[in-house]
Design a protein around this ligand. Structure first.
Ligand SMILES: Nc1ncnc2c1ncn2[C@@H]1O[C@H](COP(=O)(O)OP(=O)(O)OP(=O)(O)O)[C@@H](O)[C@H]1O
Ligand SMILES: [Mg+2]
Length: 440
């Protein structure tokens, strides 16, 4: 089920309308990991098919191994959507490199010539020229078929990696595309600080060239709509307080909502098929803390990825953990806590801002994502902060669950018994919602 994003969809509709009359400005979607950027792009493409506008889609994350890979993937997605538009059925026989000339040949002689030119240019290693040919192709196709092209590029900030080949992909793309009137782009990126640098830094080629749309978390109302959809089973009974707790714990982040609601659904069989706020708290703790939690896995990935991108990784941990414990601190407040001079810490904080984990607002530093902050505080500091205020509820639920589980264990077999005890033992000694597990 796709919830809300009404404002963003209206924006994309306007862009496609403007494009139809040779106007409009390309657009960049920015937002936290898993906030719904890809979902929005795919949903828009699915529900706004327009025979006058081609909407190729490419996630370039897997295309960044070389300029060759990127150019081939870019052209392939484009030609695939032209074929669909022209009702040409394509049968893939070999690799993209082998198939592309065949597909191009079926479309048009000029396109075929460009594809062959691209291949030979790539083979000679003239990557600047290859990128120019690649970015010219959408406009050429628009002119040939009298259509418009709205190209969706996901994980746009990854294009940066082509700089390893001594080319500036953004400068090249800007030079070729800025005067195109039949082609516009909708790009998205998860590394917000990097995306902001691309589009907001006056020294960068794309400065002020794209409209920027920030995807925010869902409202409480939309969070409830999503949870209601996930829990829509006759056999389940859902208390109203469960919905409020989902919103409170997830801050409206759609992926967190889905993960926690699904976990609560599976755990509901131990709670007499009732989903209440205690069960939601328990589902949250399991998702964030346990080895099989989807949020735990996601946060580990985000944390390692973010830190891998910046310098002086080792030294960053200390200020990061200070902020995980208490965010909203100023530079001098953090410096005092880590026992460093403000001047020295200032460089570390710059690296942390680059990691994208932290933002600075009014001279104070905050975690970009409060749920990730909670995870870091729990896993690395073993401390809790006041994210869950009524701490006893989760503790009681786990006690109840254990008691009820022991009664029902014969029904569910040894596997579940092992799983539950593994979880409890695994977290032994760490606090859950501020209460030591060993009390359970
Ligand atoms: N508008 C929405 N309605 C319902 N569910 C959503 C919505 N947006 C996102 N989700 C849920 O969150 C998940 C993550 O969404 P998506 O993959 O689009 O995030 P993303 O921002 O592209 O993530 P990444 O930064 O990792 O690329 C989806 O699979 C879906 O379960
Ligand atoms: Mg995505």
């Amino acid at each position: 089920m796709f919830v809300n994003r009404v404002k963003e969809i209206a924006w994309l509709e306007q862009l496609s309308l403007a494009l139809a009359s040779g106007k409009g400005m390309s657009c960049a979607l920015l937002g936290l990991r898993r906030i719904g950027k890809t979902e929005l792009m795919l949903n828009f493409r699915k529900n706004h098919t327009n025979e006058n506008v081609l909407m190729p889609y490419l996630n370039i994350q897997s295309s960044m191994s070389s300029p060759m890979r990127f150019c081939l993937d870019f052209v392939h997605s484009l030609l695939e959507s032209v074929c669909m538009h022209q009702n040409i059925k394509i049968v893939y026989k070999q690799s993209i490199k082998m198939d592309l000339p065949v597909i191009a040949g079926r479309l048009n002689d000029d396109i075929y010539d460009q594809v062959i030119l691209l291949m030979t240019t790539l083979d000679t290693g003239e990557y600047d020229e290859a990128l120019r040919i690649t970015f010219k192709l959408p406009e050429m196709i628009a002119n040939l078929f009298n259509i418009k092209v709205l190209y969706f590029i996901d994980e746009f900030q990854e294009l940066h990696d082509l700089k390893h080949y001594k080319i500036d992909p953004y400068a090249l793309m800007r030079t070729v595309t800025e005067k195109q009137i039949h082609t516009k782009y909708v790009v998205s990126g998860s590394i917000i600080s990097l995306m902001e640098e691309i589009f907001k830094d006056a020294n960068q080629p794309f400065f002020n060239q794209f409209n920027m749309l920030y995807l925010s978390p869902l409202t409480e109302e939309d969070s409830t709509i999503l949870a209601t959809h996930i829990w829509n089973y006759d056999s389940l009974s859902v208390n109203d307080n469960a919905f409020a707790m989902v919103y409170k714990l997830t801050h409206g982040h759609p992926f967190y909502i889905v993960a926690i609601c699904e976990r609560a659904f599976f755990e509901a069989r131990f709670n007499d098929a009732i989903i209440d706020q205690k069960l939601v708290e328990y589902a949250f703790i399991r998702e964030v803390m346990s080895h099989d939690g989807k949020l735990n896995t996601l946060f580990e990935y985000i944390f390692n990825y973010s830190i891998s991108k910046v310098e002086r990784k080792g030294a960053l941990k200390q200020p990061l953990l200070i902020l995980a414990d208490e965010d909203g601190l100023t530079l001098s407040e953090i410096a005092k806590k880590v026992n460093k001079l403000s001047g020295h810490l200032s460089n570390l904080m710059k690296s942390l801002l680059k990691s994208d984990l932290i933002i600075k607002n009014d001279k104070r530093y905050y975690f970009r994502d409060q749920v990730l902050r909670f995870w870091l505080a729990k896993t690395s500091l073993g401390k809790s902060h006041d994210m869950i205020s009524d701490t006893e509820i989760a503790e009681n639920f786990i006690s109840d669950l254990k008691e009820r589980y022991l009664k029902k264990s014969s029904e569910y077999g040894r596997a579940k018994e092992f799983e539950l005890y593994y979880f409890i033992n695994e977290n032994q000694g760490q606090s859950i919602c501020g209460v030591k597990n060993s009390n359970v």
